[in-house]
Every structure is written in C-alpha cells, then in structure tokens.
Design a protein around this ligand. Sequence first.
Ligand code: ARG
Length: 464
Amino acid sequence: MSQDNTQKAWGGVFTGKTDPLMEKFSESISFDKRMYKQDVAGSIAHARMLADVGVLTTEEFQAIESGLLEIQGQIERGEFVFSIEKEDIHMHIESALTDKLGDVGRKLHTGRSRNDQVSTDFRLWVRDAIDQIDARLAEVQKAFVGRCAGDMDVILPGYTHTQRAQPVLAPHYWMCYTEKFQRDRERLADCRKRVNTLSLGAAAMAGTSIPIDRFKTAKYLGFEAVAGNSMDVSSDRDFAIEFVFCLTLIAEHLSTLAEEWIWWFSSEFQFIKLPQRFCTGSSIMPQKINPDALELIRGKTGKTIGALQTLLVLVKGLTLAYNRDLQEDKPAVFDAFDSVDACLELVAPIIRDAQLNRQRIEDKLDRGHLDATTFMEYLIGKGIPQRTAHHIVGRLVRLCLERDCRLSDLPLSEFQAEDPALTEDLYNVLGVKNAIAAFKSYGSTAPAEVAKQVESWKKKLNVE
Ligand code: ARG
C-alpha cells in the first residue's frame, strides 16, 4: 500500500500520493539495507556531536543512541520490517526511531541531509570492504609463500607469447603472484585514505547553518579527514569508483592465474592436480573432472569490469551536486565486492592444496630449448658480442630442430664450427638445471635470489 505523502519525510509540500509504480521504481532498500550498521553508526556519531554542541540534550542523545542500537538488534535478528514506501535504509531507521521516541527521533536529522548521510554510510561500508579484501589478499599471498619451501626444487617452463622461453623455479612463479597481489593491497591502502574522509555535515550540498562540529563527528567515526567542500561531497563517488577499479585489477590478476591453471590442468599439460573438492563433473561424460572453480573465477572478472564501466558511465555528465542517479552506484559496488571477495576466499585453498605433477613437468623440461638464452650469455662471457652470440645459438637451435634434439645433444664439433675456441666446459651450462643455476641478477629466478625473496615475503607476511 502506498503511504500518504504526509507520512513521508519529504511529504509536506506534496498533496496526493506517490504512485506505487514510482515507489517500486525508486526504492533502494532492497540493496542499501546492507548498510544498516553503517547508518546506525553514522547516526549515533551525528547525534553525539549534536549533543556536544548543544543542539541535543544529553538525555536526547542517550535516547537516540539506545533507540538506534535497538533497531540494529531488530534488523540483525530479522525482526525489522522493510517496505518500499520508506525507500531506503536511512528513512527506515529514522522512521523506526521516531516510532520509538516521537519528537526526539524527529530531531536526529538536524544539520544533515540524506545526501551526506548516504555518502557517509557508503564510505564506512567501503572502508570495511577494503579491510576485508585486504585480509583475503594476505591469505592468498600466504598460500603462495607457504608453498615455496616445498617447491624449491621444481623447475617450471616460463613462457612468453605462450611459447617456451626460459626456466623458472616454481617459487619464482608463486612469488610473481604474491607481488601482483601486494600491489593490489597497496592500491587499496591508498584508496582507503581517500575513502576515509567525512562527508557528514555537507548536508544537502551547501553545508548548514546549524552550529555542527564536523571534526568531532569525524573523530567518532574514525575518519582521518573532513571533506572541505560540501558541493564536492554531495556529488562525489570517486572513492567508490576507485575501490571498484582496485577490485577490477584484483579480478584481472585472479583471471590470469585461473586461465593458466586451467591450461595446466588440461590433459595436454597435466602440470597440476586441482583439489577434487573444488572440481565438478559432467552430467553426460562420466570421465570428466572439470576446473569449474577456476573457470568461474575467470568468468566473474567480466562482472567486475562491468561494474567499473557502470560507475564510470553513471557519473559521466552529472551536474553538481547530488542527483538521484547516484543511487545506482551501490548495486555495482556491492556486486563487484561480492564477486571478488568470493573469488579470493575460494582461490586461497586451491593454491594451498593444488599439487604439482613434478614428474610430468620435469619430463617435458627438455622441450623448447629453455637453456638457449643462458647459453647465449655464456658465449657473451667468452667475449663474443651479444648479437653474434644470438646468431650462433640461433643456428645451433635450428640444427636441433632439424635433428629433433637438445642443445646438449649436439657434438662439440658443431659448437666449434661456430667458434673454434669453444671447449667441453660449455656442456656445464647446457640443460635446464644448469641454466637455472647460472642466473644471477636481483629479482631473477637464481636460486639464491629466490631464496632471499622467499625469506623477505615470509617476514612481511608472518609466514612460518
Ligand atoms: N535513496 C537515496 C540514495 O540512495 C537517498 C538520497 C536521497 N536524496 C535525495 N535528495 N532524494 O541515493
């Protein structure tokens, strides 16, 4: 049933009823009820500040605080009734408070508007969401770093252009993702600084003539800064867009990992065994064990990119200050968060428990001349200019391709045909294991460098 407009918070100027179609169309309670805790916290802080500056009495503040906490309890116990006539979580909570307290409840909205209220709640929500994603990312990093000691002796083929390139130690590969997720965490931490700014007190768009103290409100809510321009705050969704951008890069990193491991799990690769508890089968092909978890992680990336696009288009061309379009921001942000949060939660145990098929990987290491570049560097060490050395090795690889053999299978005479000064000791650098041992540079896959990186990550992440 549609409410008489006199009962609506904004109803004074209206005469008739809102069309039920409009109520259904414009409600946000179906999704913004998710911010109930933030709304209660924001209102308590606001009321506390109003009492500090003498706009409310201490008794009024106390009644408001306990009323709001009661409402929070009712929501949490599932006893609270939501209805689209009250549009959003802000109206629901305020009207429930007024039902409890009468005129005292009607004072809560002094010196604020839903425009700054919604922004405040949303900032509080995004702040919590950032902390949760950060914790999940740390778990994923730990899952990778936790594997390093056990996989130190595993050499993987590294690829560029999906063609075999150079050998890498498995921990080097694990820590590659650890680095990517570290940047994601740093981006989130940076985004958090801009999220962690108080909007409340900007009121509708110009501020208020009520003698509020926004710095107090900020302190009560743990905001590090107070937004300096009320018009900016009323219209700003940068913080949410930036958060979703951070989520999108995380999703991209997860998608790369998923894509690679899907290949590794294929019959053609058989590099990895995924834990069966994260696989599913086929309803028609009895033999199938499918990497659905990874496929879904890859697939959900699309939704996250879509959410970012939604937000960017949403704010494009909006005039200052608040416009109702902005209500459409939350579904996109919630969806991106839920998706990335679930992916991170799921991927950590997969990373932890996936088993490398060591024998299979090793048996195939001789393919693709993974030692060619290190051999070229050996020639450089013998005084041969890089371009010349590159050509020499190129010709030798061509010989190998013709004979279907490895560089180490070629007789010394073939090497000496290229350069008579070459001696037997070249066989000490050929082969994938020798190639790995030859690496030296900082950040390379050299065993000593990898060991140092593992140690430093263990310290950073508190991994035993
Ligand atoms: N439900 C609205 C939202 O989520 C609340 C803000 C309403 N402000 C307004 N001026 N109509 O954005």
